[in-house]
Design a protein around this ligand. Structure first.
Ligand code: ZN
Length: 196
């Protein structure tokens, strides 16, 4: 685990970085969130820059995961950082998954509450497998395989679903969906004000 983490070298250099290099988030009901993603053909500087900007966007929005469609790119890439969620920015420990595949899942499932950066301010119960094994390429283009359990399994399955164009939308009732739309309007108004 440590080897992979140290190969996944993205560091937050400054707060200025966070402000200037984060990307605008795509919110529900943006149709890009329902599209299938394609594999990354070559992990080059353009891809590494995108990964870094996805990471900054996730941190800025206080998320523990982000997938490429959420910043408008239909590529099989997602990042998770459950240590950031638990312990804050100083313990941030992002894992980068490029062209991931779920190679094993448990039969056992559990219901857990999930949020999503593209659905600000609402949570929904989602049933997911409690154990999974993922294979992917890291930031340096090397293959790795990792196992995740319980909450971490759910978090990784959530991000993986984004790459198949699946979001938590189907688990939300009508009141939650309209609450999301109101929250997004609020965020967009604030962004406009901050950019003036
Ligand atoms: Zn999400």
């Amino acid at each position: 685990m440590n080897d992979i983490a140290s190969e996944n070298k993205i560091v937050l250099t400054s707060l200025q970085d966070l402000k200037e290099n984060s990307l605008p988030l795509r919110y529900y009901p943006d149709p890009i969130l329902n599209e299938m993603c394609e594999d990354v053909e070559e992990i080059n500087d353009e891809i590494r820059t995108l990964v870094k900007r996805m990471y900054l966007t996730m941190i800025k929005s206080n998320g523990i995961g982000i997938a490429a469609p959420q910043v408008g790119r239909l590529l099989n890439i997602f990042i998770t950082d459950t240590d950031f969620g638990r312990y804050g920015i100083k313990k941030s420990n992002p894992l980068i998954f490029i062209n991931p595949t779920i190679i094993n899942t448990s039969e056992e499932t559990a219901l857990r509450e999930e949020g999503c950066l593209s659905f600000p301010g609402v949570y929904s119960n989602v049933r997911r497998n409690t154990e999974i094994q993922i294979q992917a390429l890291n930031y340096e283009g090397n293959h790795f395989t990792l196992d995740f359990f319980d909450f971490e399994a759910a978090c990784h399955l959530h991000e993986y679903s984004h790459l198949q164009g699946k979001t938590i939308r189907e688990y939300l009732g009508v009141p939650e969906r309209s609450r999301v739309l109101n929250n997004i309007k609020k965020i967009q108004r604030e962004n406009k004000r901050n950019n003036k």
